[in-house]
Ligand binder design. Structure first.
Ligand code: PLP
Length: 565
C-alpha cells in the first residue's frame, strides 16, 4: 500500500483496489475467539504513523478492522481487516467454508449467509513428507514413473487394488514394529524418570505387540478435540482393551496450549488412567508430540481416531497423513473427514446432532465409539486368516487408499488454490495495474460517485401483483420498480426480487433471487420489471433490494451497498 501511494502516486482508495485484487484471506478457525483482536490503544501504539502516510484518517484505518466501522468500542479484528482488504476469502474444508459464511455474515449486512462470497479449499498434506519410505518405494514400483506429479489422480491409484494382501500386511506390520521400537527406545528413559517403578514400566513395554490392534490419537489438546470421550466409561473400556483374544492398545499424544488449563487437565487425567493397573500398557500417553513422533504414529498405528465437537475442526490434517500409510480413519464427520469418508473405507461418527446439550452429545458419541469398536472394528481386525491378517481389513485399506488418499494431498490442494483463486487474482491484479492503473482509478471514481449519491436515490414506486391466477403456486406475478436516481447520473443500479422461505424455527432461508430488467430510462428515472412465477408451496416472504451494479466489480461483497426497498 505504501509503495503504491508513495511511489506510484495512487491515492489510498486506488491503492486499496490494486491490493485487494491480489488478496486471498484463508481463514483457519471456525470460532470467533480464534481470531486476533486488538484494543484501539495498542493498535494505535504500533500503527499511528500510517494514516498520514496513506493520506487517510485514523478512523479510516481502524474502521477497516471493525464490523461496524463507526462503533468506537469495537476492537480491531484482524479477520475483518483481512476481509476488507482481500478480494477473496476461503475456509479450509467444505464444512468450514459454510461455517465461515455464518461467522462473517455481520461484515456484509444486507445479504444472506448463503450468498456471501466465501469459498473453500480443503487442506491436503505433503505426500513426500508424510508417506513412509516403505510405502513410497511401493508407490514407485506400482505407479507410473511420474506418480508424484499425478498423485491426486484417482485413476492412477487403481493398481493398489491389485497388490497382494500379504504385501500390504507385511508393510503395515513392519511399520507397526518400527513404531513400537521407536516408542520403547524413546520413552523408556522418560517413563523411568516420571513414573519411577521399573517393574511397571517393563510390564507396560512388554504389552506392546504389533499383532494387537493399535489405535492412535494425537493432536493439540484443545478441549473441542474431546480427547476425554474414550474415558467416559472406564469399565467398558477395561473390557474392551483387556479381552485376551482381541487386545487393543491406545496411544495418546499431544500438547496443550500453556494458557489452556482445560487441555492440561485432560492430559493429566489421561496419564492417571494410563497408570491404573488395568490400563497399564493398554492406554499409553506419549510426551513431546512433534513431527518425528507424528510420523511414526500416523504410519504405525492401525486406526487414527479423531473425536472433535462438530463443527469445530476446521479441517484437521493428521488423519490425511495417516491415509497415505494404509492407516484407517475413525472420526467425527467434521472438517476434511466430512468430505473424505467413504463407506467401507474407514469409519465415521454420524453428523446428526441429537442433543443440544453438549454433555449429553458427548455421552452419546462415547457410547457410539465403544459400540462401533466392539461390534464392528475389533471383530474385523481380528478376523485373521492362517496367514495372520484379516482379508476384510486389507480390503478396507485398499478402499481407503484408493478412494480417499489422492483427494487430500498438497497437490490437489494447490490445484484447487490455483483454479479457484490464484489464477483469477493474478489476472485481475494485472488488469487493474494496466495502463497506469486506469481501471483501478475508474472503479474508485465510479464507487465514489455512487457513495455520494446513494442515499438520495428515491424509490418512486414498487409493484408486486398477481397477473395470472392462482395467486399462489403456479401463479404469475408482475414485479416493477421505478427509481429516481437524482444526481447520480449513472444507470449502474441493479434491482432484484428476493424470495425467502420462512420456517417455524424462526430461521429464514434464501429461496431464490430474481433480477429485474432495466426496461426504460427517462432522465434520472429508471424502470425495472420482471415476471415471476411462484413455484414453491409453503411459507414465503418476498423482498426487493437494490445495489450498485458494475461489470468491473469482482463480486457483490466487493462494494457492499444494499438497500432493501
Ligand atoms: C499434523 C500435525 C498436527 C496437526 O494435526 P491436526 O489433525 O490438524 O490437528 C499437529 N502436530 C503435529 C506434530 C503434526 O504433525
Amino acid at each position: 500500500m505504501l509503495d503504491l501511494v508513495e511511489k506510484e502516486g495512487l491515492n489510498f482508495q486506488q491503492a486499496l483496489e490494486v491490493v485487494r485484487a491480489s488478496g486471498l484471506y484463508t481463514c483457519h478457525t471456525p470460532v470467533p475467539a480464534g481470531h486476533d483482536y486488538f484494543e484501539e490503544g495498542l493498535f494505535y501504539k504500533y500503527m499511528n504513523m500510517f494514516p498520514a502516510r496513506l493520506g487517510i484518517e485514523w478512523a479510516d484505518l481502524i474502521g477497516m478492522g471493525r464490523q461496524n466501522p463507526a462503533d468506537n468500542t469495537e476492537k480491531f479484528s484482524m479477520s475483518v481487516f483481512a476481509l476488507n482488504t482481500c478480494q477473496e476469502a476461503n475456509g479450509v474444508s467444505w464444512l468450514h467454508g459454510e461455517v465461515s459464511k455464518k461467522m462473517f455474515a455481520p461484515v456484509w449486512p444486507g445479504y444472506f449467509e448463503e450468498e456471501l462470497h466465501v469459498d473453500y479449499v480443503t487442506n491436503g498434506v505433503h505426500m513426500p513428507t508424510w508417506a513412509a519410505s516403505e510405502w513410497k518405494a511401493i508407490y514407485k514400483e506400482i505407479f507410473p514413473k511420474e506418480w508424484i506429479k499425478d498423485q491426486s489422480n484417482l485413476a492412477m491409484w487403481a493398481p493398489y487394488n491389485d497388490m497382494p494382501e500379504e504385501k500390504i500386511w507385511a508393510t503395515r506390520m513392519s511399520l507397526k514394529k518400527k513404531l513400537i521400537d521407536y516408542l520403547k527406545e524413546q520413552f523408556r528413559d522418560n517413563w523411568m524418570k516420571s513414573q519411577g517403578d521399573p517393574a511397571r514400566i517393563v510390564r507396560a513395554l512388554n504389552e506392546m505387540n504389533a499383532d494387537n490392534l493399535i489405535i492412535g490419537f494425537g493432536r493439540r489438546f484443545a478441549t473441542y478435540k474431546r480427547a476425554h470421550l474414550l474415558f467416559t466409561d472406564l469399565e467398558r473400556l477395561d473390557k474392551l482393551v483387556n479381552n485376551p483374544n482381541r487386545p487393543v492398545q491406545f496411544l495418546f499424544t499431544g500438547k496443550a496450549h500453556p494458557a489452556d488449563g482445560g487441555g492440561q487437565g485432560l492430559i493429566k487425567r489421561i496419564i492417571e488412567i494410563s497408570r491404573m493397573p488395568q490400563f497399564l500398557g493398554k492406554i499409553i500417553f506419549l510426551e513431546n508430540y512433534d513431527m518425528r513422533l507424528a510420523k511414526r504414529l500416523i504410519s504405525g498405528v492401525d486406526i487414527w481416531l479423531n473425536t472433535p465437537t462438530r463443527p469445530l475442526e476446521a479441517s484437521g490434517t493428521s488423519g490425511e497423513k495417516a491415509q497415505m500409510n494404509g492407516v484407517l480413519n475413525f472420526s467425527v464427520l467434521d472438517g476434511w473427514w466430512k468430505e473424505g469418508y467413504v463407506e467401507g473405507a474407514g469409519w465415521a461418527l454420524t453428523d446428526k446432532r441429537t442433543y443440544e446439550n453438549q454433555a449429553h452429545q458427548d455421552q452419546l458419541d462415547a457410547a457410539t465409539i465403544y459400540q462401533m469398536l466392539e461390534n464392528e472394528i475389533i471383530p474385523m481386525y481380528y478376523a485373521k486368516n492362517s496367514k495372520g491378517y484379516s482379508p476384510a481389513w486389507i480390503q478396507t485399506i485398499k478402499n481407503s487408499v484408493t478412494k480417499i488418499t489422492p483427494r487430500f494431498t498438497t497437490k490437489r490442494m494447490m490445484d484447487d488454490y490455483f483454479e479457484k483463486f490464484y489464477n483469477k487474482l493474478a489476472k485481475r491484479h494485472a488488469l487493474l495495474g494496466a495502463d497506469n492503473y486506469k481501471i483501478a482509478k475508474d472503479i474508485v471514481a465510479w464507487k465514489q460517485n455512487m457513495v455520494a449519491h446513494w442515499d438520495e436515490i428515491e424509490v418512486v414506486s414498487s409493484i408486486f401483483e398477481p397477473t395470472e391466477l392462482p395467486a399462489n403456486v403456479g401463479g404469475k406475478c408482475k414485479v416493477a420498480v421505478e427509481l429516481d436516481t437524482k444526481g447520480l447520473n449513472d444507470k449502474g443500479i441493479g434491482v432484484e426480487l428476493v424470495a425467502i422461505r420462512t420456517s417455524t424455527h424462526n430461521h429464514d432461508k434464501l429461496y431464490e433471487v430474481k433480477q429485474l430488467n432495466l426496461v426504460k430510462a427517462e432522465g434520472s428515472h429508471l424502470f425495472f420489471e420482471v415476471d415471476y412465477r411462484l413455484d414453491y408451496a409453503g411459507g414465503m416472504k418476498f423482498g426487493l433490494r437494490m445495489y450498485p451494479k458494475n461489470d468491473l466489480l469482482p463480486h457483490r461483497m466487493d462494494f457492499c451497498y444494499v438497500r432493501w426497498i
